[in-house]
Unconditional design. Structure first.
Length: 575
């Protein structure tokens, strides 16, 4: 964990924050409000949870223990979508998908129970689905010793409260029943069959929601009984937030929004609802957290069944009004540590990435990972001629580069060395709860005059030159100015308008030095056969033969479309 992004909520026992690591991966950080009475007991519990979180349907718990200030804490991964959010969209998952999700959660609970652990907050708002649709049960801190959340009566809370594994069975069955369109009955009223749902399913759920905990099946039997049913892909009607929500600790910012929608909180009450109070003690920094006795294990996750949903703003935008204030003030607590800023809870997650300290792969075949510090990276060598540096020169520009309804980022970074320098376009897309670097860059530039968002797209104005001296000591007349749109095409950075082409510039090349390609070639977005092909009819493809010297056969060529529009593309020629 590298930094705090925003507060998500607070109850009498703990506060919850969204955090991020150095790569921008989103995390959930829960920290107790008071020192642990039994440090060894909490550390033992944290170690057990970290180990069991290797289960493919449990959320990663990456760090936990008792911090140097004595407070218990837990750091876990997150994902963009919860089952509760999916159920509130215009196209909720069908009945067979809901059953698949419930069976996977049952498997996760069985693993917890076998380890002597219980969950205590199973509901649609603690069931997460990542970018590949893999199901993961989150909220493992709910019944943590030293910072257990208060038990709140609700639809998914069993009559006896949260007392052990049978309570988890009830909560999961209630989650399944509501997600399939049912309404939990009062007291001892019967659990009714549901239209379009096999009676075997409702009979199993009815048994699992028996008022007597001792009469309920174990979670393994519940899982096996549901897995044996062939569920039709019956449509589920869209549900309101108050029907599927539960007042639980947030496992992502969507849960905050659904809780707000449930309570009918106004936008001006967001800070109070999230427990954000001026002067409130800040969470412990990671350096403080990793004191003696801290359990710290990183668990790798397996893959699961791919059920992919892409959800737009959905309930998040609906629940948090556009007029919510952004308060950028940091308030120091008694120890002098700054509390995290109060920010909009619907802020796109990639805007929480600190690109001034991002780790990235260098272009030009280096394949080295370097990390910026305060927006700069310097590489020093014994020979000064080998020294170089990277520097961010423009603020990040945010737009939906890949068309998946979330924001991504474009950066302009200058590469400077001994008597050379050039700007590069680099991009990060938001995938699976983290910023992922796009594998290629845009280069061949002298200057980036402007980069901004226009009509939801990133538009750039750049200058290049064909002068033998490169970008140094050239006049404006020797520069070629271009304006074009940058986006992501099939996972690679591309010029997407006015026509599709490589983001690397070729239009500044001197026409007199160009040769026509006479052999059949296939242009690509990057100098790799694995990069996307630039489809089109090209009556003319030309290149600079001088670029073949000391190359691996790939050169950046000028592509002329049938309508005489021009783009750039990488072609492979025999050296």
């Amino acid at each position: 964990m590298d930094r705090i992004v925003r507060p998500l909520g607070e109850d009498p026992a703990a506060a919850t924050y969204e955090a991020a690591d150095a790569t921008g991966r989103r995390l959930i950080y829960t920290v107790g409000t008071r020192p642990a009475a039994d440090r060894d007991g909490y550390n033992a519990w944290a170690r057990a949870v970290i180990e069991i979180s290797a289960h493919p349907n449990l959320i990663d718990v990456t760090l936990g223990g008792v911090g140097a200030d004595g407070r218990p804490f837990l750091v876990s991964a997150t994902a963009e979508r919860t089952l509760s959010e999916l159920l509130t969209t215009a196209t909720p998952p069908a009945a067979d998908v809901v059953l698949h999700v419930v069976v996977r959660v049952a498997g996760a609970l069985e693993a917890l129970h076998a380890r002597g652990l219980r969950h205590g907050a199973v509901c649609p708002s603690t069931v997460l689905l990542d970018g590949d649709g893999v199901v993961r049960l989150a909220g493992l801190d709910t019944r943590a010793p030293e910072m257990a959340a208060p038990v709140t009566p609700g639809v998914f809370t069993p009559p006896e409260g949260q007392q052990g594994p049978p309570s988890d069975v009830y909560a999961l069955a209630a989650t399944a029943y509501v997600s399939l369109g049912g309404t939990i009955p009062y007291a001892s009223a019967p659990v009714e069959d549901l239209p379009g749902i096999p009676v075997q399913v409702t009979a199993t759920l009815r048994a699992a929601m028996h008022p007597d905990p001792k009469a309920r099946p174990g979670v393994g039997l519940l899982r096996d009984s549901l897995a044996a049913v062939v569920m039709p892909a019956a449509a589920i009607e869209r549900m309101e937030a108050e029907r599927v929500g539960a007042q639980v600790r947030a496992v992502n910012d969507t849960v905050v929004s659904i809780n707000l929608a449930m309570s009918g909180a106004a936008a001006t009450g967001i800070a109070a609802t999230a427990g954000i109070l001026a002067g409130k003690a800040a969470p412990i920094a990671l350096a403080q957290a990793t004191g003696p006795g801290t359990a710290a294990v990183t668990a790798a996750k397996g893959t699961g069944v791919a059920l992919v949903w892409k959800v737009g703003l959905g309930v998040t935008a609906a629940a948090v009004a556009a007029g919510a204030a952004v308060v950028g003030v940091q308030v120091a607590n008694d120890t002098g540590v700054a509390a995290p800023p109060v920010v909009r809870l619907d802020e796109p997650p990639i805007k929480g990435v600190d690109f001034t300290s991002i780790s990235f792969i260098e272009p030009n075949g280096r394949a080295d990972a370097v990390q910026l510090q305060n927006g700069t990276y310097e590489a020093k060598h014994d020979n000064v001629f080998d020294d170089y540096s990277w520097t961010i020169t423009h603020d990040p520009v945010y737009a939906d580069l890949d068309g998946d309804k979330d924001l991504d980022a474009v950066l302009v970074m200058d590469l400077s060395g001994y008597e050379y320098g050039a700007p590069f376009f680099m991009a990060w897309i938001w995938e699976d709860g983290k910023a992922v670097q796009v594998p290629n860059t845009g280069e061949g530039l002298c200057h980036v005059d402007d980069v901004h968002v226009a009509d939801g797209k990133v538009e750039a104005t750049t200058r290049g030159t064909s002068a033998a001296s490169g970008c140094y000591a050239v006049t404006e007349d020797e520069m070629t100015t271009e304006t074009y749109t940058i986006g992501v095409h099939k996972g690679f950075l591309a010029q997407t308008a006015p026509v599709l082409g490589s983001p690397d510039r070729c239009n500044s090349l001197d026409p007199a030095s160009m040769s026509e390609v006479l052999e059949p070639v296939t242009p690509h977005l990057a100098p790799s056969a694995d990069s996307p092909v630039i489809e089109g009819d090209f009556p003319s493809i030309s290149y600079n033969p001088g670029e073949l010297i000391n190359s691996d056969g790939w050169v950046n060529a000028r592509l002329t479309y049938a309508d005489e529009s021009v783009a750039c593309g990488w072609i492979e020629l025999a050296v």
